[in-house]
Design a protein around this ligand. Sequence first.
Ligand code: HEC
Length: 117
Amino acid sequence: MTALSWKPLLFMLAIVAGLAASPALAQSTVTDGQKLAFDRGKGNCLTCHVIKGGDLPGTIGPELKDIKAKYPDRNDLVAILFDETKRNPQSMMPPFGRNRILTEQEISAIVDFLQTL
Ligand code: HEC
């Protein structure tokens, strides 16, 4: 075997390593999103929503489940979290983005988490 023939192999290894690394990254934003959603001082989503894995949920809002089927476009979820009063002026749900309760990054992590429900 000549030294040259290793090149494609190394190239493929790099791709495989890259593929293996990306789900780990996605997993960490999901975990962050869940923490932020459950944190009573941050998203505090459990005050109003039943969410799988969360304790002592309230029922002012609908249970958050099958979210990806209901909102396949993540931008819709970002919009709901940013300011639900745009869709429903009477909404009880705080406009997390508009009121700066959550940053854009925090909203994005929560959306990643919501899409796993
Ligand atoms: C004070 C209560 C309250 C809090 C806190 C709250 N929500 Fe809501 N949420 C609601 C209500 C009520 C609705 C129903 C729709 C409406 O009012 O416009 C809703 C709707 C939603 C929807 C749309 C659900 C569907 O099935 O269409 C999503 C997604 C959502 N909330 C996510 C969240 C997340 C994530 C958090 C935490 C960051 C959160 N909510 C915090 C009250 C709340």
